[in-house]
Design a protein around this ligand. Structure first.
Ligand code: G6D
Length: 350
């Protein structure tokens, strides 16, 4: 295992390092403490060619100015909270909203906009970046002082393990995710439409107006949302379906079966042979297929095009605090929140 670091830029005069963890198979992950953000994943393809397989912002200025969420830690609450409102312990809360009347990805002062503390840990078989951040009570008008630790670990088994831990001094909400976009071709000028996807998911959450979950869970069977066996992402993204056509793609939560006898999902690129398996204890994964070109900054000299990446955002179902049956995202004093998601990288021939 090797850990290196270089400067990624400065924020308010403070140098922001980008760390790179590399294992003996040539798999490397890079991350920076601004937003506890994953900036790069380099893996070999079936011919041994090492390339970056994520959408990555190339400089800190663009990351701060345009807030693309690429690779960032999202919190306190991932996804949308309807009208930014919820009731907890008999108290009605109104959060600061940032997408029309709703809250998206933690609000205007989300975790991705914060400079976290970082330290490293290393052993023979693994290396970790440990990010910590204290979110004060009242941030985005959330209750409770929340102390958060997010650990990124690279192993010799080619796994990127994300461990979340948090504690609070008053009842609050916590539902983090990582907003990494994969493009397994290694060339972000190509799309992810020909990637193959498999998910242990029999239900998805349909969206209503403003991309808010309707509160229902619908069967995937017989719909383009059925990824219970491998199929090309484009079969869903380009489908003529009332949940998909208006969005020009997927931006949907899938309920995970959590069978615990293998990965919850696998993304595979037949051209490069690369695959990513993911394992999680979260009850859902949000699949977002980068449905429009992002042209307010450039990556490799060009805007990131439509379908340039696909997310596997593991989390409790979005808007859970307002949708019965979506899961519990309430954290209380005396409790320790823990959650783990693992992405495992590999190659296969077919
Ligand atoms: C998320 O679901 C949301 C999208 O709607 C949003 O545009 C993106 O993050 C930035 O996955």
């Amino acid at each position: 295992m090797e850990i290196t670091s270089k400067s990624f830029g400065k924020v308010d005069g403070v140098d922001v390092p980008e760390y790179t963890l590399t294992n003996s198979n040539g798999v490397a992950i890079s991350a920076m403490p601004f937003g506890a953000t994953l900036t790069k994943i380099v893996t070999p393809d079936k011919n041994g060619k090492r390339e970056n397989i994520t959408l990555n912002v190339e400089n800190l200025e663009d990351f701060i100015a345009h807030r693309p969420f690429y690779g960032a830690t999202i919190g306190r609450v991932a996804g949308r909270i309807t009208r930014g409102q919820f009731t907890l312990s008999g108290i009605d809360y109104q959060l600061d909203v940032n997408e029309g009347e709703n809250l998206l990805h933690g609000g205007p002062e989300g975790f991705d906009t914060k400079l976290w503390e970082v330290r490293t840990e290393e052993s023979d078989s693994r290396a970790s970046l440990i990010f910590t951040f204290n979110s004060p009570a009242g941030e985005n008008r959330f209750p409770g002082n929340l102390s958060v630790t997010v650990t990124y670990t690279l192993t010799e088994e080619d796994e990127w393990i994300i461990d979340y831990q948090a504690e609070t001094d008053a009842p609050t909400l916590f539902n983090p995710t990582n907003h990494v976009y994969f493009n397994l071709t290694g060339d972000i000028k190509k799309t992810i439409l020909d990637h193959q996807l498999m998910l242990n998911s029999d239900f998805y959450a349909p969206l209503g107006g403003e991309n808010l979950p309707k509160g229902e869970l619908d069967k995937v069977e017989g719909t383009p949302f059925d990824f219970t066996s491998f199929k090309a992402v484009k079969e869903a993204v380009l489908a003529d379906h009332p949940q998909i056509s208006p969005l020009s793609g997927l931006d949907h939560p899938f309920v995970l079966s959590l069978k615990n006898d293998g990965p919850e999902g696998i993304l595979f690129d037949p051209e490069s042979g690369r695959e990513v398996k993911f394992f999680t204890d979260c009850n859902s994964v949000v699949i977002f297929t980068h449905n429009a070109e992002v042209d307010d900054f450039e990556i490799q000299g060009e805007p990131a095009g439509q379908y340039a990446g696909i997310t596997l955002e593991t989390q409790t179902l979005p808007d859970a605090v307002n949708q019965p049956g979506f899961g519990n995202i309430i954290l209380r004093p005396g409790e320790t929140f823990t959650s783990q998601t693992t992405y495992q990288f590999g190659v296969r021939a077919d």
